[in-house]
Design a protein around this ligand. Structure first.
Ligand code: NAI
Length: 335
């Protein structure tokens, strides 16, 4: 049993972790605030911190945690771009994550966004509630026969590609490490892997499923919109900084892109997972994005299914148990 300080927690985190913790008996301490240098002191007395996508584990924060006696960092997410791994290593702190919890959750949310955006479901819903049954402005297109570009065919991208094949789409995938089983399936259906240039040029829908790193930051920028169709539907459920927001807004204003669905946003850390409805949002680019009728945004909810939440809690508690036993953990992130 150990004391674990949870940061950036919501009521749903507590309910899933409390339920499964009965078998482990850890002492779980809950904080709503993000973890950063200023809030790190809250972890006093804990052996481990449990954090999420928008917590900041920079060198200064890690130093404070280490001084307090924290030895373990358990990420309850897959990405670890918010942890300074070399510093953690120097401080002899072990970092674990949940590499896979439900790739279906994210792939299915990408499809939900495509269908909702294409068939104007949010607009139709509001119109019908308002007693307006006209169809002007609600026209979509058949997905059947369209070309769908998939950037990154790992766990999520491969599932997404197969769902789109099921709609009768042609799938053009790009990945430095192609999935050979998927490749075979794609090729048997007139689809396949292609270069990024071909994917940009031929896609009617382009969905991003690659990690954020120095090579993929602003993968979609002003140059991309010169190569893509002016009717392109862009879908990002991966990480916000894959897309250059300023260039995206320009492309939308100039009609160089058809529509955009986002579950992630470059500057989301200040906004998402909190209620700002009674405050003035200061992020002008985010507010500009909201004004376009052809933009649909959800607030980093692609992972949010019952199956994924159960899996995140179970794997995180197991990771902590493995760390405590000191026999190594398969989900440890190495610097
Ligand atoms: P994964 O690691 O299984 O697959 C990523 C794939 O991208 C790999 O096959 C890799 O070779 C490929 N890749 C790397 N660089 C590339 C490049 N430059 N161009 C094309 N492909 C490239 O990861 P997984 O689990 O499929 O996750 C994908 C993304 O989804 C992650 O970046 C993660 O941040 C994001 N995600 C978003 C969630 C949400 O709630 N919105 C939840 C979970 C993950």
């Amino acid at each position: 049993m150990m004391r674990v300080a949870f940061f950036s927690t919501q009521t749903y985190d507590r309910s899933f972790f409390d339920k499964l913790n009965a078998a482990h008996g850890h002492e779980l301490v809950w904080f709503e605030t993000h973890l950063n240098q200023k809030t790190a002191a809250l972890a006093a007395g804990a052996e481990a911190v449990c954090v999420f996508v928008n917590d900041t584990l920079d060198p200064a924060t890690l130093e404070v945690l280490s001084t307090l006696g924290v030895r373990f960092v358990a990420l309850r997410c897959a990405g670890f771009n918010n942890v300074d791994l070399p510093t953690a290593k120097n401080l002899d702190m072990k970092v674990v994550r949940v590499p896979e919890y439900s790739p279906f959750a994210v792939a299915e949310h990408a499809v939900a966004l495509i269908l909702a955006l294409n068939r104007r479901i949010p607009r139709a819903y509001n119109r019908v509630r308002d007693g307006n049954f006209k169809l002007d402005g609600l026209m979509g297109f058949d997905l059947h026969g369209k070309t769908v570009g998939v950037v990154g065919t790992g766990k999520i991208g491969a599932i997404f590609a197969r769902i789109m094949l099921g709609f009768g789409c042609r799938v053009l995938a790009v990945d430095p490490y192609p999935d050979l089983v998927l490749q075979h399936e794609l090729e048997s259906k007139g689809s396949g892997y292609a270069s990024i240039e071909e994917v940009f040029a031929q896609s009617d829908i382009l969905s991003l499923h690659c990690p954020l790193n120095q090579h993929t930051s602003h993968l979609i920028d002003a140059d991309t919109f010169r190569m893509t169709k002016s009717t392109l539907m862009l879908v990002n459920t991966s990480r916000g900084a894959l897309v250059d927001t300023t260039a995206l807004i320009q492309a939308l204003k100039q009609g160089r892109i058809g529509s955009v669905a986002l579950d992630v946003y470059e500057e989301e850390a200040e906004l998402f997972f909190a209620d700002h409805s009674a405050t003035l949002i200061q992020d002008d680019e985010f507010m500009r994005l909201l004004t376009f009728p052809n933009v649909l945004i959800t607030a980093h909810q692609a992972f949010f299914t019952e199956e994924a939440m159960s899996s995140i809690a179970a794997i995180t508690l197991q990771n902590l148990a493995d760390l405590q036993r000191g026999e190594g953990c398969a989900n440890e992130v190495q610097a």
